[in-house]
Design a protein around this ligand. Sequence first.
Ligand SMILES: NC(=O)c1ccc[n+]([C@@H]2O[C@H](COP(=O)([O-])OP(=O)(O)OC[C@H]3O[C@@H](n4cnc5c(N)ncnc54)[C@H](O)[C@@H]3O)[C@@H](O)[C@H]2O)c1
Length: 260
Amino acid sequence: MTDFTGKTAIITGAAGGIGRATARLLAARGAAVVVADVNADVRDTASLIREAGGQAEAVVTDVATDTGAEAFVRAAVEGFGGLDILHANAGITGGFVPRLDEDTATFLEVLRVNLLGPWIAIRTALPHMRQGGAIVCTASVAGLRAGAGPIAYSASKAGVVNLVQSTAMALTGRGIRVNGVAPGLIETPMTALLYDDARARGREDRIGQLNPARRGGQPQEIAEAVAWLASDAASYVNGQVLAVDGGLSAQHPFTPKWSL
Ligand SMILES: NC(=O)c1ccc[n+]([C@@H]2O[C@H](COP(=O)([O-])OP(=O)(O)OC[C@H]3O[C@@H](n4cnc5c(N)ncnc54)[C@H](O)[C@@H]3O)[C@@H](O)[C@H]2O)c1
């Protein structure tokens, strides 16, 4: 288990779900964390970390803006003396409307938050990142191939996959790695409607029925992957997007009678 003592991490989209789980895990392992979110509940994330003996500062801001990114980077540099880890994680679905019905404004907003946001975060954080630093973006299995999300969301996450590859290459020789995680279905505020609906209909067992793990995932399971990618244990892993999905994206659809 990596000790992050002496390191500073920024986690965007940390009011709940995967971002909060990652912030709590990194802080529990010694990192000072800046948690940023447009939702003021991000202050509760910082409080939970401090109550557990960790160091945390919350920044309430739209992280997909230059001023927002400058604010959370400043909080890390001025509050904790530098920056080692960036987890660009904030994201939105744009709503679950029928496919092909997504309007231009929604599509643009999804791209702004999910794709431009990580780029702004990377660009703003980079000049302050120490040698050996690590960036981890949250993509999605929806960005690996079709069928796991709305069109704008899926396209934005496919963009994140390439953003990881392109920025990793652009940083050749700089001593900073860029990787991503592609979660499968994870129980968070983003998917609460789906979980609530399944539970209300007594169909919770159907969640993850096509997944080899036969279940959805928990935020901590993504946080563990982020922590590993951000750690020196992954020092030779660069420009990769790791699917953390119980095996969902490893398979083609199959007819049960042909399965072994
Ligand atoms: N839950 C899943 O099944 C799943 C699967 C694959 C990928 N993801 C991705 O994981 C990431 C975290 O999502 P989550 O599942 O924890 O859901 P979540 O809704 O709890 O987390 C997303 C966070 O991003 C914040 N956010 C949205 N727009 C923002 C903005 N402009 N500025 C600042 N903060 C903003 C939200 O307030 C929220 O706290 C997202 O990028 C999401 O797309 C989630």
